[in-house]
Design a protein around this ligand. Structure first.
Ligand code: C2E
Ligand code: MG
Ligand code: MG
Ligand code: MG
Length: 285
């Protein structure tokens, strides 16, 4: 009895795996064609300067408009693209598109682009970034490149050299999702980041009056002493925003201000956000 039940459970599990594999294989085939079919698109989410309440820039977040599945999350297809060798062409496209878009924004408004560690595996990245800047005419200091802790884990001289080459081009470098990786503070000494972005899990934790609040406070003061801008990601409520402002956080981003929206809505987001700046906010009635 028990044995045959185990057997059927196993077959059921196998069938589930099969379906998962089929799904991935279809997605893989479609993803290979997505760039050429122009199904990829960049959404933009505002980065809000806490001191002035102004939009200091936008983070580019890729979307895949699949003809049958609708919008596919980058959390699903970016890891797939990394696995099947597509992240380099997709990453180069993101850089070109983001720089071309940002070149049309008001002067001083930055664009932040996420980079995969796979884009650091050979030395081609600085050339790709330089070409995107040149063809768009975007000044390098308006491009911010976001990397994650997994890149620093490689602790690789070649990676550090690429980061320095990027910095020499004039771009800014931000550490994304700070606090979620196998963080070791020593990499903050190996490379002087311009910005650290506190992961949204800590911001969510602010509501709970536990350790997250202490960690956020510590990271803000760490960033301040190291001369880095500190950004808080995933700010969803007024309360989280006021806590972060009181703690001296320099930049915020999250649904409270705006979700990521299509590039055509960038001007509207800048207009609308003026209303949320501390100076002009209406008291609740
Ligand atoms: P990330 O770079 O940490 O981006 C922040 C994610 O949080 C985005 O998810 C954004 O839509 C979401 N978010 C923003 N505000 C809030 C909020 O208030 N609450 C909540 N719950 N979420 C919020 P998204 O767009 O799904 O992107 C997921 C991840 O995919 C990104 O995380 C990034 O690691 C990766 N990604 C996105 N675009 C690219 C790209 O062009 N290249 C690469 N290599 N990775 C990308
Ligand atoms: Mg990011
Ligand atoms: Mg992040
Ligand atoms: Mg993330």
């Amino acid at each position: 009895r028990a044995k045959s039940e185990g057997g059927s459970t196993f077959r059921f599990f196998e069938a589930g795996m099969d379906e998962e594999m089929r799904f991935r294989r279809h997605l893989e085939v479609d993803l290979r064609a997505a760039l050429a079919k122009e199904e990829l698109e960049l959404f933009y989410q505002p980065l809000v300067h806490v001191g002035s309440g102004h939009v200091s820039g936008f983070e580019a977040l890729i979307r895949w408009r699949h003809p049958e599945r609708g919008l596919v999350s980058p959390a699903v297809f970016i890891p797939l693209a990394e696995e099947i060798g597509l992240i380099k062409p997709i990453g180069a496209w993101v850089l070109r598109r983001a720089c071309a878009d940002a070149a049309l924004w008001p002067e001083g408004v930055k664009v932040a682009v996420n980079l995969s560690p796979v884009q650091f595996r050979d030395g081609s990245l600085p050339g790709i970034v330089a070409a995107a800047l040149q063809s768009s005419g975007l000044p390098a200091e308006r491009l911010e490149l976001e990397i994650t802790e997994s890149l620093m884990l490689m602790d690789d001289q070649a990676v550090l050299k690429i980061l320095h080459d990027l910095r020499r081009l004039g771009t800014r470098i931000a550490m994304d999702d700070f606090g979620t990786g196998y963080s070791s503070l020593s990499y903050l000494r190996r490379f002087p980041f311009d910005k650290i972005k506190i992961d949204q899990s800590f911001i969510r934790g602010l509501d709970e009056q536990g350790d997250a609040a202490a960690i956020v406070r510590a990271v803000i003061s760490l960033g301040q002493s190291l001369g880095m801008t500190v950004n808080a990601e995933g700010v969803e409520t007024e309360e989280q925003f006021s806590t972060l402002r009181a703690q001296g956080c320099g930049e915020v981003q999250g649904y409270f201000f705006s979700p990521p929206r299509p590039g055509g809505e960038v001007q509207a987001m800048m207009r609308n956000l003026g209303a949320k700046s501390p100076a002009t906010a209406q008291p609740p009635c």
